[in-house]
Write a protein that binds this ligand. Sequence first.
Ligand SMILES: [Zn+2]
Length: 321
Amino acid sequence: MFRCAVDPFCGSRFRFVSFQLQKESADMQFKDKKLDRNAPCWCGSGKKYKHCHMDFDEKIREFEVKGFIVPERKLIKTPEQVEGIKASAKINIAVLDEVASKIKIGMSTEEIDRIVYDTTTKMGGIPAPLNYEGFPKSVCTSINEEVCHGIPSPDVILKDGDIINVDVSTIYHGYFSDSSRMFCMGNVSPEKKKLVDVTKECVEIGIKNVKPWTCLGDMGNAVHQHAVENGYSVVREIGGHGCGIEFHEDPWVSYVSVPGTEMLMVPGMCFTIEPMVNMGRDDIFQDEENGWTIYTEDGLPSAQWEVQVLVTENGCEVIAY
Ligand SMILES: [Zn+2]
C-alpha cells in the first residue's frame, strides 16, 4: 500500500507534508544529537560511536552541506529494527505466496481478503490496511483500470482476461512490511501482459538503481524512463514511501523524478519501490462513493508491482516482494 496525494485521508496534503518533512529533515540532521566520540553509538551496537557510526554521520553531513536532502537518523534502521522488519516481511511474502497458490477465475476479491486475513493472523501478524484511516479490508485488490486501493468485495469476481494487483502489508511485533504482486487471470491480452511485464521490469530497474550515496531521484528517473520507452506513463501523484517502524514513513518516493533530486539514499534506509504504470495517460481519479479506489481517467489498464528494500553498503536487499 502506498502513500498518495489524492486520498482524502492521506490527502493532497500528503505530498506536501512529505515535502515539508523532507525539508525539516534537512535541518534535523544537525539537530540529531551529536554524540561524544566515546559515547555508545546510537545504533545500539554497543560499540563506541567513534568505532561505529561517527564517520557515517559525518559523510551524511557533508552531503547535507552540499545541499542534498538527507535522511534524519530515525530513518536509518538499527540492526535490531532490521531484524524486526525482516520478520514482518517474511509473513508478507508468505501471504502473497498463499494468494498466488489460490487465486483463480471465479473467485471474489472478498475471498482474497479472507486468505490474507487468515494467513497473516495465523502467523501472528496483523494486516496493516485493516482499519488504516478507515480502510475496511485487510488487503487492496485493484483490477484492470483500477490503479490502486481497490476494496475487496463479494460482488467483484475475477474474470478471464483480468489483471489484478494484490497489495499486502503486515504489522508484526510493531514492525511493518509492504509488497504487492500482479496476477494475470487466464487469457490476458498481449497488450495487458506486456504492461504487467514491463511494470515488473521497472521495479527490477529500480532495485538496480538503489545505490547508497546517490539520490532517490536517480532511481525514480530510471524507473520512469523504462516505462516511457515502452509507451507507458507513470502515475505522478502516488508513490512509494519509507516503511518499517511505521506503515508510511519518509521519504516519499516518486517514480517520475529528476536525477540528482530527492532524498539521499544511505545504508539502513528502508522504503518501497512501487511504480503504478498506466497503459495510457497518467491521469487518475478517485472513487467518490468509497473514497478510496483510484482509476485511470482514460479507462485503460494500470499495473503495479511493489517491493520493500533495505539500502546496503553496495546496493540494496529486497526484503519483501
Ligand atoms: Zn553504530
